[in-house]
Design a protein around this ligand. Structure first.
Ligand code: SF4
Length: 351
């Protein structure tokens, strides 16, 4: 995996005493540091690590998409952008800049969480940090997991999900988690990793990392997302599933999600410009009701049915769900009638 090595660290004044800032300065002691009263857009154009305070709400509903089945996820926006540079990443469009931003005012985030989780003990929350960045890719530098995992250990009505492609997992060892943190990996066959996720660890390395955290009693998740269709995909994805279950026991897996490649039309130009060798945007893609491009429905259904059947060869009951799919696709894949869009939320395992 390509380690994150910024050309410099840019710190907004007022963040100097935050624990995240001190961790970064200790870990990247050879990297030059600049301080500014306010971060300007030109700072973000460079390959830098920006440390600033987040002024908005850290905790929010996952944006999901209209007209698809919502899984009721919540996200914490504690960082933005990612150096792993996967070709298909929506961040190329969402945050079209090079800098990786880390928000250092985590105490505000924890205050928000205390208010929400403490005041609604009967409601269950699945909360992830992997929406606007990879949850663990720079955890060796920020060490934010050392703060988050013990925090969530005190809440029985929540699960924190740290979603990653990385192998930066050493900080997780020895933390008091009481089963309230799930570590999950996005997975793909090595053929896809090589072409579309080339700065990320290969499949074996990800699975070794998953085994390492499972041995430390964390529950594990896997996300086949995005599944990329190509000639010969069946054999490669089947082999990927075989590998997963050879590294990790199905008892350790809390959930597996499936989601085929999808993108907003504007992302196509960014992919063309940044990754001219990538072929993922070519082929038959249709514009769906939520404004995203997807493979045609019969192909998506076929992909999901096959992947599900391969998973079922190893486990009859591991929880499998579809990410951002319609009720109709759900019905065809699982023979399950979701009458309301929010019904899925209640089906998720809670520990
Ligand atoms: S690892 Fe995730 S956040 Fe990072 S570039 Fe790839 S898809 Fe985007």
């Amino acid at each position: 995996m390509q380690k994150f090595l910024p050309e410099k660290i840019i710190i907004e004044r007022g963040c100097e005493d935050d624990v995240i800032t001190m961790n970064v300065l200790k870990k990247l002691s050879d990297v030059s540091v600049e301080y500014y009263d306010k971060i300007q857009s030109e700072h973000l154009k460079q390959n830098v690590l920006v440390i600033k305070k987040y002024n908005g709400k850290f905790f929010k509903r996952c944006p999901c998409s209209p007209e698809v089945v919502c899984c009721g996820y919540y996200v914490l926006q504690n960082a933005e952008n990612c150096h792993l540079n996967c070709t298909y990443c929506f961040l190329h469009e969402y945050s079209d800049y090079n800098a990786v931003i880390v928000y250092s005012n985590v105490n505000k985030m924890f205050d928000e969480l205390r208010g929400i989780l403490g005041k609604n003990p009967s409601k269950f929350y699945r909360i992830g940090t992997g929406e606007f960045s990879d949850s663990m890719a720079i955890d060796d530098i920020t060490e934010v997991s050392k703060l988050m995992v013990p925090f969530f250990a005190d809440y029985k009505n929540a699960l924190l999900e740290l979603k990653t492609k990385s192998t930066c997992i050493e900080n997780l060892s020895g933390l008091e988690h009481r089963g309230r943190t799930v570590i999950s990996w996005s997975v793909n066959p090595d053929k896809v990793i090589c072409k579309e996720e080339s700065l990320s660890p290969d499949l074996d390395e990800r699975l070794k990392a998953a085994k390492y955290v499972a041995e430390r009693n964390y529950r594990i998740g896997f996300h086949f997302d995005p599944v990329i269709y190509y000639e010969g995909w069946e054999e490669d994805y089947k082999e990927t599933i075989e590998k997963i279950f050879s590294f990790v026991s199905y008892d350790d897996i809390i959930w597996i999600s499936l989601g085929t490649f999808r993108y907003i039309p504007e992302l196509k130009n960014a992919i063309k410009r940044k990754f001219p060798m990538s072929k993922i945007i070519y082929g038959e893609h249709i514009l769906c009701a939520d404004g995203k491009m997807r493979y045609i429905k019969p192909l998506r259904v076929d992909i999901y049915q096959k992947i599900l059947s391969w998973i079922r060869e190893y486990s009859e009951d591991v929880f499998v769900y579809l990410c951002m799919e319609t009720k109709e696709v759900w019905r065809k894949v699982f023979n399950l009638e979701l009458r309301r869009y929010n019904e899925l939320e209640k089906l998720f395992p809670r520990d």
